[in-house]
Design a protein around this ligand. Structure first.
Ligand code: AMP
Ligand code: ZN
Length: 111
């Protein structure tokens, strides 16, 4: 069994609140949000972290950013959001499956 939590979400083995998906990417709500709107944008193929990506992942990495913009539109935060990626334990990465955080929805600006 795959122990990667995001691979298990992709496989439909764990429940999630899906926001958007295409063939290569899925976006779902963060289970422990640190912003009023907090969505994770995740490649369906497992990549540990950004520094494990290669030039062959160029289109996928671009696709993740475009997906983040679509998610922001869909969540009503396109006028102001943050896109964040933690790479490595010292940066706070705890899920070892590459993902972007899309965060926004603060009333009156970022708190
Ligand atoms: P990071 O610190 O960048 O690795 O972020 C991992 C994020 O994944 C955290 O914000 C967690 O709240 C979130 N997370 C962990 N497990 C789940 C899950 N099953 N569904 C949704 N989000 C999750
Ligand atoms: Zn994975």
């Amino acid at each position: 069994m795959n122990s990667c939590v995001f691979c298990r979400i992709v496989a439909g083995e764990l429940p999630t609140q899906k926001v958007w998906e295409d063939e290569e990417i899925v976006a779902f709500k963060d289970v422990n949000p640190s912003a009023p709107v907090h969505v994770l944008v995740v490649p369906k193929r497992h990549i540990d972290k950004l520094t494990e990506a290669t030039s062959q992942d160029r289109d996928l990495l671009g696709g993740l950013q475009l997906a983040a913009a679509v998610v922001a539109q869909k969540m009503g935060i396109a006028d102001g959001f943050r896109l964040m990626l933690n790479n490595g334990a010292s940066a706070g990465q705890v899920v070892w499956h590459l993902h972007y955080h899309v965060q926004g929805g603060w009333k009156g600006g970022v708190k």
